[in-house]
Ligand binder design. Structure first.
Ligand code: G4P
Length: 190
């Protein structure tokens, strides 16, 4: 998505060769017009996949996921992060370790908001090592629902997340694929 790549170049900042800061339009302040276009791009791509629910993980995935759900006219379900394994009622959970943030959390999804008949599109802001995406896959699979694919706003293609999801047979549709970055240069895959 050309407009997104331009925004990354003009407003993003590579902290080093691993971490891209996009606080001014995605992670802190949100460019809602850009998010509307992001939602449209995901919805168009997955239009024939029979999506019944869009899911994401709190918090930065919510903006692009909400615009996608709006375009597809399906509910948005936000998976929760908790620090402990304490859960109430019928809740699917999985432990997630983030390599990027060096944190551990419990991902949870209430059984009330997903069923075995659902076809789920997972949307997230970043794909790095893929721990969050694999955690999402774990909790959604516990419900018996089908994951139709992953829509990613920014993929860091030099990390393993994409390959780990492809190896499991899932489609990964990323709007910007960062091939390589340094403090003063960001290069994308075409
Ligand atoms: P991981 O396997 O390396 O941990 O990566 P994963 O894709 O699971 O991402 C873990 C968290 O780190 C996510 O945020 C993701 O958005 C964030 N992240 C990964 N790489 C970058 C990066 O280059 N820049 C920025 N800004 N964030 C990155 P999260 O824990 O879900 O937090 P939240 O921001 O959504 O609340």
């Amino acid at each position: 998505m050309q407009e997104l790549k331009q925004k990354i170049i003009s407003h993003g900042r590579a902290l080093n060769d691993q971490v891209l800061l996009v606080d001014s339009f995605l992670n802190h302040q949100v460019d809602v017009r850009l998010m509307a276009k992001v939602g449209e791009a995901f919805a168009n791509h997955f239009a024939d996949s029979g999506v019944t629910r869009v899911m994401t993980i709190e918090s930065s995935g919510i903006a692009p996921a909400m615009m996608t759900a709006l375009e597809l006219s399906v509910p948005l379900v936000v998976m929760k992060k908790q620090n402990s394994a304490i859960t109430r009622g019928d809740v699917y959970t999985a432990a997630v370790h983030s390599f990027t943030k060096q944190t551990e959390y419990q991902l949870s999804l209430s059984a009330k908001y997903v069923s075995a008949q659902d076809r789920v599109l997972v949307i997230d802001d970043f794909l790095a090592m893929g721990e969050a995406a694999l955690g999402a896959l774990n909790v959604i699979s516990q419900s018996g629902a089908t994951v139709v694919g992953f829509g990613i706003v920014i993929e860091k293609s030099f990390q393993r997340g994409r390959d780990r999801l492809l190896d499991k047979g899932y489609e990964v549709y990323s709007l910007a694929r960062v091939k390589h970055m340094t403090k003063d240069h960001i290069e994308f895959h075409e």
